[in-house]
Design a protein around this ligand. Structure first.
Ligand code: BG6
Length: 497
């Protein structure tokens, strides 16, 4: 695919994401010769900085770049840094944008970026609409002289209502095809591989339905706590921070029907249908029985004392925000009727891991009575991270007399493709947007369908009766009571245990 000459304008350019993710990803693309011939970055934010100061901050003296690219010479890094420029937009991103326009035009003329502009909004979400409006007022959204695209970071709203309002707000100034909602999980190779596993093989898809699948389990565990983001996290919680976006995106790829082709809208149409088929939990009894939340508590991990969630900076001492969420749900369509899905996400778990486990049904008639396979069904484990790969678990005969059955694995690990450079999520997603490919970006209706499912859970957790909220010691696999959710059907698979 072709990457046209263009300018990337980053709003929130002095923030953490720019230095930690965006700039290293751009540097990777730069080193791999994937950036277009004429390409520049214009950083914009509320700090007053010169071009030189900006270059120093995010490139030349950035610890993120130094750590990752030790082998790169100063000359190479400097050459890259010279493509960075900076413009101050005032304390509320509300200066007169005609000045920004003038700067953009000058840079465009000088560096021949073809009038194509990618705006990247890495600011607090309350600023998305005001910035879009300011751009529009200054005529910086018009496509008559080069394309204009807008990338926005999550959170895309706080609820269905605010999510819809945000979509409508942005769509006043940019058309939906111009808007790219980034969900970095879609940039992960293994998440994209869900599509390939399902639709490029003939051996999985015939089994991918209620006739053969017993249940689906997804675990997203992080070993870290809320780190320095307590202020943000306490208003969000695990359900908004991870489940509404990243995990429901993964769910949509597992649940969706085969698209007619690989074009962005073909794939996204199927994902929306999938999300719309999730059974929305309406009554309190279901919400009570099918959802569990928890909070990590102070503990000692490997001899080191760690704080409980309520003691973290920025978190209120009587907070009820969840750092653990486990949800059971069903998908109301022909393929998935009555197959339970169990999805959990949490901070301060024993390890960092994300995996999808497809549990297959046992054979209808067991002839090997003494097989020793109780509770050890056929499984397909899709390891999203780390040790990215796919494991298939099945029974084989133990050599010797009789028919004793043992569990064996067929494994594929991405690390075995050593010669391939596995692109980082942001690198892949940036390049896609630069090429105008929105396949791996969330469309407005996807985001809204996800909120539609999540909203009643949030509402119940806020105002419902007998809401289950448990503490768990930092460093364990969540509250024990979460086992009740999956009891009777299986058990949580704790990777590494
Ligand atoms: C972010 C969340 O979207 O994803 C963070 O806001 C979380 O709380 C992060 O830590 C996890 O991403 P990854 O790629 O490390 O699994």
């Amino acid at each position: 695919k072709k990457t046209e000459n263009q300018m990337l304008v980053i709003f929130g350019a002095s923030g953490d994401l720019t230095a930690r993710k965006l700039v290293p990803s751009l540097f990777n693309l730069f080193n791999a010769n994937q950036l277009p011939k004429n390409f520049i970055v214009l950083g914009a934010s509320r700090s007053d900085m010169t071009d030189t100061a900006f270059r120093k901050k995010v490139v030349l003296e950035s610890k993120y770049l130094k750590e990752k690219f030790k082998q790169k010479s100063d000359k190479e890094i400097e050459e890259f840094a010279n493509t960075f420029f900076y413009e101050d937009l005032g304390s509320d991103y509300d200066t007169d944008y005609s000045r920004l326009r003038k700067r953009v035009e000058d840079l465009n003329n000088k560096y021949k970026t073809g009038g194509n502009i990618m705006y990247y909004l890495s600011t607090p979400p309350t600023l998305y609409e005001p910035i879009a409006k300011n751009l529009a007022d200054a005529g910086l959204n018009t496509q008559n002289n080069g394309w204009k695209r807008l990338i926005v970071e999550k959170p895309f709203g706080y609820s269905l209502e605010t999510g819809k309002a945000l979509n409508a707000g942005l769509q006043k100034y940019f058309t939906e095809p111009q808007i790219y909602r980034i969900d970095h999980y879609l940039g992960k190779e293994t998440v994209q591989n869900l599509l390939v596993t399902r639709f490029a093989n003939s051996i999985f898809e015939p089994l991918w339905n209620r006739n053969y699948i017993h249940h689906v389990e997804i675990t997203n565990a992080e070993s870290v706590g809320v780190e320095k983001r307590g202020g943000y996290y306490d208003k969000s919680g695990a359900l908004r921070d991870m489940f509404q976006n990243h995990l429901l995106q993964i769910v949509s790829l597992i649940v969706m029907e085969p698209p007619i082709g690989d074009q962005p809208e073909e794939i996204r149409n199927e994902k929306v249908k999938a999300l719309k088929s999730l059974r929305i939990m309406k009554d309190e009894e279901t919400l009570h029985d099918h959802t569990i939340r928890g909070q990590y508590m102070a503990s000692t991990i490997n001899g080191e004392k760690v704080k409980g969630y309520r003691e973290e900076e920025g978190v209120s001492a009587d907070s009820t925000t969840e750092t653990y969420a486990a949800i059971k749900f069903f998908v109301d369509n022909w393929r998935w009727k009555d197959v339970p899905f169990y999805v959990r996400t949490a901070k301060r778990m024993p390890t960092k891991v994300t995996e999808v486990v497809i549990h297959f049904k046992a054979p209808h008639h067991q002839i090997f009575q003494d097989s020793g396979l109780n509770n050890k069904d056929n499984k397909l484990v899709i390891r999203i991270q780390p040790d990215e790969g796919i494991l298939m678990k099945f029974g084989v005969k133990v050599p010797g007399q009789g028919f004793k059955v043992e569990r064996a694995n067929l494994d594929f690990y991405y690390s075995s493709l050593a010669e391939t450079h596995v692109m980082e999520a942001y690198e892949r997603l940036l390049l896609d947007a630069m090429q105008g490919d929105a396949t791996l970006y969330a469309r407005a209706d996807e985001v809204e369908a996800a909120w539609e499912f999540v909203d009643p859970i949030l509402e119940y957790w806020k105002n419902g009766k007998d809401v289950r909220m448990y503490g768990y010691a930092a460093g364990v696999w969540g509250p024990e009571n979460a086992d009740e959710l999956i009891d009777g059907i299986g058990y949580w698979r704790n990777p590494g245990e």
